[in-house]
Design a binder for this molecule. Structure first.
Ligand SMILES: [Zn+2]
Ligand SMILES: [Zn+2]
Length: 388
C-alpha cells in the first residue's frame, strides 16, 4: 500500500513516536536467553542440537533501498539476542568477504534475487545472480555451486511468486515481517499507537501480526509432495515503513520474530545445514522467548526432529514441549489433529503423514497471537502399517 498525503504524515509521525519509544522496546527482553542443547537418541549414538536464534533475510545499505552497514546491523542483532544473521542484499553479495564472526555474531551472506517469477533467496552461494534470468536457471546454478534456494514472500503482498510450476526451490518463507506489516492501515495504526502502545507495546505489535494462512496452506500442499523447509523472512530494511506506520528499524524487527535453528556444528556450514533441511522453527519471541521449544517423534529409543523423515513404526509418538504455556496445535497433512492448552503434549501416531506444530499465546490487551510455527516431521507409511 502506498500512503498518500495525510496518511503519509500520520505514518511519519507514528514512526517517529515509535522510534522515540525504542528505549521501552529495549527493555522487553532483559536477560540473555538460556543456551539450550537438546540431547537426542539412544546412548552411544546421542546427537547434540543447540537452539540458535537468529534472523534470515536482512538488507543492508548495499541493497540500495535499505539502511545500515554490516557492523551496525550486527550490533542490532546482538542486542536482539541473536546468534546468527543471514544477510541478503538485492542480487549481490557485497559483504561476502566479511562472512563469519562479526563481533560475536555468526554472519552468513546470501542474496535476494529479483527473478521475473518473483523474489528468492540464494543461500550458501559465492556470488550474486542476474535478476533477468529465469528463476529455474538461477535455481540450477545455485544448486550447481552447492547452495540452496528459498522463495521470498511468495504469497505477497510485497510481490507474489508467479509460477508455481517452477519447483526447484528448497524452502519458502511462510512468514515475512515486511509483508505482514504492510497489510495494516496507517490510520488504524495511529489510533492503536495513541490508545494501546503506551500501556501495552507488545500487545500493539501482537495486533499487527497475523497468522500467515495463505502461505501456510500453500506450504502444506507442497510438503505433501516433498520436503520444503519453512523460513521466516525478517526482510528488514532499517527504515520507517510508512505503509504500515511502523518503526521497522532492524532491531525492532529482530526482536519481534526470530528463526531458531537446531545446529549440530557451531559453524556456518552447520547453520546452513539446519536451515536448508528445515531443522528449525519460527518463534515470535517478542511475547515470550521460544528458545527451548522441542518437537520430536520418538519410538522410545530413537528420536527424529523437524525436517527429518522416517518410516512409521509401532509405538511411534510425537512429543511437544513448549518453554511456557500456550495454545498448542498439531497438524497432520495440513489438517488440525489435536488442540490443547498447556506446555506438554504426547500424541501416539497411528499412521504416516506430514506432522507439524503451531502454538499461539495470549498477550496484552489485544488478542491472541501466533507464537511458534514449526517445520514438519515427515513420517512415511511403511509396508504393513495401518492405512490412512
Ligand atoms: Zn523481496
Ligand atoms: Zn527483501
Amino acid at each position: 500500500m502506498n500512503p498518500r498525503g495525510g496518511l503519509a504524515r500520520d505514518g511519519l509521525a507514528l514512526g517517529m513516536l515509535l522510534a522515540a519509544s525504542a528505549g521501552c522496546a529495549v527493555a522487553w527482553v532483559d536477560v540473555d536467553p538460556p543456551r539450550v542443547v537438546h540431547e537426542l537418541g539412544p546412548p552411544g549414538a546421542r546427537r547434540r542440537l543447540e537452539d540458535w536464534a537468529g534472523v534470515v533475510h536482512v538488507h543492508s545499505v548495499r541493497s540500495g533501498d535499505a539502511w545500515g552497514r554490516l557492523e551496525s546491523i550486527a550490533r542490532d542483532a546482538r542486542r536482539a539476542r541473536c546468534r546468527f544473521l543471514v544477510l541478503t542484499d538485492h542480487n549481490k553479495v557485497g559483504y561476502l568477504p566479511r562472512e563469519g564472526d562479526v563481533a560475536g555474531l555468526l554472519v552468513a551472506v546470501g542474496t535476494e534475487v529479483s527473478a521475473p517469477e518473483g523474489h528468492m533467496l540464494a543461500l550458501e552461494v559465492s556470488r550474486g545472480y542476474n535478476r533477468h534470468r529465469p528463476a529455474s536457471a538461477t535455481m540450477d546454478e545455485v544448486h550447481a555451486e552447492g547452495g540452496y534456494v528459498v522463495l521470498a514472500h511468495p504469497e505477497g503482498p510485497r510481490g507474489y511468486w508467479k509460477d508455481w510450476s517452477v519447483d526447484g526451490f528448497d524452502g519458502m518463507e511462510v512468514y515475512n515481517v515486511h509483508s505482514d506489516v504492510l497489510d495494516e492501515s496507517p490510520a488504524w495504526s495511529l489510533v492503536k499507537l495513541a490508545l494501546i502502545y503506551p500501556l501495552d507495546p507488545r500487545g500493539m505489535l501482537a495486533s499487527m501480526v497475523d497468522r500467515p494462512a495463505r502461505a501456510l496452506a500453500r506450504w502444506d500442499a507442497l510438503t505433501r509432495q516433498r520436503p520444503v523447509a519453512a523460513f521466516c523472512g525478517s526482510d528488514s530494511h532499517g527504515y520507517l515503513d510508512l505503509g504500515g506506520g511502523f518503526a521497522a528499524s532492524h532491531e525492532t524487527v529482530f526482536r519481534l520474530v526470530r528463526t531458531h535453528a537446531l545446529v549440530e556444528e557451531p559453524t556456518l556450514e552447520g547453520l546452513h545445514e539446519a536451515l536448508r533441511r528445515g531443522r528449525s522453527f519460527i518463534g515470535f519471541d517478542a511475547w515470550g522467548d521460544t528458545t527451548g521449544f522441542r518437537f520430536i517423534a520418538t519410538d522410545g529409543e530413537d528420536a527424529w526432529v523437524m525436517g527429518e523423515e522416517l518410516a512409521w513404526r509401532p509405538g511411534l509418538r510425537l512429543r511437544v514441549d513448549l518453554p511456557r504455556r500456550g495454545i498448542l496445535r498439531v497438524y497432520r497433512d495440513g489438517r488440525s489433529l489435536v488442540r490443547v492448552r498447556g506446555r506438554h503434549l504426547e500424541v501416539p501416531l497411528e499412521s504416516g503423514g506430514v506432522y507439524r506444530v503451531e502454538a499461539d499465546r495470549a498477550w496484552g490487551l489485544f488478542r491472541r497471537s501466533p507464537w511458534i510455527i514449526s517445520n514438519p516431521i515427515y513420517v512415511r507409511d511403511a509396508p504393513g502399517a495401518p492405512g490412512h
